[in-house]
Design a protein around this ligand. Structure first.
Ligand code: HEM
Length: 75
C-alpha cells in the first residue's frame, strides 16, 4: 500500500486536485466518486485531512468506509 504524508493528503481536499481523499485511523480512502463529498465538503467536514477524531460527530459509524476504496496509508 502506498504511503502518503499529511501534505500530500492535504492537496486532495477537493479544491486543489481532482482526487478527494480522507484519512481515518491511518488509512487513506478515496471519496472522489462520492456525491456526499463533492468539492471535498461533507456536512461540516473537509477532506484532505485525518478525520479520525471527527467521526464522533457523525450520525453513522466507521462502517461507511467499507464502501470506499483504500488508496494508501498516512505516514
Ligand atoms: C456532521 C457530521 C456528519 C454527518 C451529518 C454525516 C452524514 C452522512 C450521511 C447521511 C451519509 C450517508 C448515509 C450513511 O452512509 O449513513 C454519510 C456517509 C459517509 N460519511 Fe458522513 N457524516 C458526518 C461526518 C463524517 C465524518 C467526520 C466522516 C469521516 C471520518 C464521514 C465519512 C463518511 C463516508 C466515508 C461516507 C460514505 C460516503 C458514500 O457512501 O458515498 N462522515 N455521512
Amino acid at each position: 500500500m502506498t504511503e502518503y504524508t499529511r501534505s500530500q493528503l492535504a492537496l486532495r481536499n477537493g479544491q486543489d486536485r481532482d482526487e478527494i481523499w480522507v484519512a481515518y485511523q491511518g488509512k487513506i480512502f478515496d471519496v472522489t466518486q462520492s456525491r456526499l463529498w463533492r468539492n471535498g465538503k461533507h456536512y461540516e467536514h473537509w477532506a484532505g485531512q485525518d478525520l479520525t477524531d471527527e467521526l464522533v460527530d457523525a450520525p453513522h459509524t466507521e462502517k461507511v468506509f467499507e464502501r470506499m476504496t483504500q488508496i494508501g496509508i498516512l505516514v
